[in-house]
Ligand binder design. Structure first.
Ligand SMILES: Nc1ncnc2c1ncn2[C@@H]1O[C@H](COP(=O)(O)OP(=O)(O)OP(=O)(O)O)[C@@H](O)[C@H]1O
Length: 363
């Protein structure tokens, strides 16, 4: 059992924190707006800040237990920490930075366990082969972060904490590094806590989602359940739907995905039959028709039931839709809702443009 259990209360200065969540293998995203308490919680998990009460454990490895008087110092916690800025040793080559971490990990007792990741495995996983002789100053920001992740992994951690590892990178570099993080998630077996305030990263990487607001964990659980609850400043976060690729038309680069019995199409490259994909469908990309439309360029038409209509202030209304047991949302003008006489309980059709979904490949 390698799951993470966090159940604590405490303070960072005068800022109070209350957190209760559990997470299994894979990536646990800690999401919250600036000042929500994400870094505070990471400090409590890593041991640089002591909670007032509660318990923190990774499987049988107890890091903190107030009642039993256990508080492991940071160096005994077997936690690999990757910061927003890579914090590599500037005078050492990439290879030395990595081997130093391996040495430090062994000194802390990791060497008594069988190393699960060899130096060569990590170098290959993170694509560091051609960087080994360089100094950190001669690396791009994204490359530095890949080395920092490699360094954290080589210390044989029981848990990896990634504190907004992409926040110092521009969009292009982020896109470059995301596939490495997906591989990390799928191939290392090390549980990862990933702090982010970027919805796209959460949609792509998370297995479990923990929402923090004002120092309190307000929701936690499987990402598909919790994702729609993200407060995206008025613009809904959308829903995550999962399905398997049943067909790929290479000439048009169109993949067909089976989403609970409905064929859903999206434009994509590098997709193969049998692959599992996660799609993010945003509320603003969904429109509604009373009757099944024909002769439309929109390719995805899903039969849905309206379960609720909430007027927002101003011109818009938010519809909650149920589709094959999953919830979706749509954001329409109130005028459209009135013109179509839409009401809760109506069976209608949701139309989603094929190009308007984000996808991620799942293991
Ligand atoms: N050393 C400290 N002493 C007192 N208060 C602090 C301290 N560090 C942080 N805080 C306060 O605790 C609250 C939570 O801060 P924290 O850094 O955990 O938020 P965050 O979610 O990580 O934010 P960001 O996304 O901006 O990094 C903030 O109100 C902050 O001002």
């Amino acid at each position: 059992m390698t799951g993470l259990v966090v159940s604590l209360t405490g303070f960072n200065g005068a800022f109070p924190v209350t957190a209760n969540f559990t997470a299994d293998q894979g990536v646990t995203a800690l999401f919250g707006h600036s000042g929500a308490g994400k870094t505070t919680l990471l400090k409590m998990i890593s041991g640089t800040l002591r909670p007032a009460s509660g318990r923190i454990a990774i499987g049988d490895h107890v890091l903190f237990d107030k009642e039993k008087g256990i508080f492991l110092p940071p160096e005994k916690r077997r936690i690999g920490y990757v910061f927003q800025d890579a914090r590599l040793f500037p005078n050492m080559s990439v290879a030395r930075n990595l081997t130093y971490a391996q040495w430090a990990g062994k000194r802390r007792g990791a060497g008594k366990r069988r190393a699960s990741h060899s130096f060569d495995d990590i170098v290959q996983l993170l694509g560091l082969e051609n960087l080994l002789t360089r100094k950190p100053t001669h690396l791009s920001g994204g490359e530095r972060q890949r080395v920092a992740i490699g360094r954290a992994l080589l210390s044989e951690p029981a848990l990896l904490l990634l504190d907004e590892p992409l926040s110092s990178l521009d969009r292009m570099r982020r896109q470059e590094i995301l596939p490495y993080l997906e591989m990390l998630r799928d191939e290392t077996g090390v549980p990862i806590v990933y702090v982010s305030h970027e919805i796209d990263e959460v949609a792509r990487l998370a297995d479990t989602l923990v929402l923090l607001s004002g120092g309190i964990v307000v929701a936690s659980g499987p990402v598909a359940e919790v994702f729609p609850l993200i407060d995206n400043q008025g613009d809904g976060s959308g829903v995550l739907l999962e399905g398997e690729v049943t067909d790929y038309d290479a000439s048009y680069q169109i993949a067909t995905i089976d989403l609970n019995g409905t064929a859903f199409q999206l434009t994509d490259q590098g997709v193969e039959k049998g692959m599992r994909l996660r799609l993010r469908i945003r509320e603003r990309d969904v429109s509604i028709a009373r009757n099944k439309p024909e002769g439309l360029s929109i390719r995805n038409i899903l039969p849905v039931k309206i379960t609720a209509i909430n007027d927002e202030s101003g011109s818009f209304a938010r519809l909650t839709l149920s589709y094959a047991g999953q919830q979706m949302g749509a954001r329409l003008t109130r005028k459209s809702v009135a013109d179509l006489s839409l009401q809760a309980g109506d069976d209608v059709y949701a139309m989603v443009k094929a190009v308007s979904v984000d996808r991620t490949a799942l293991r």
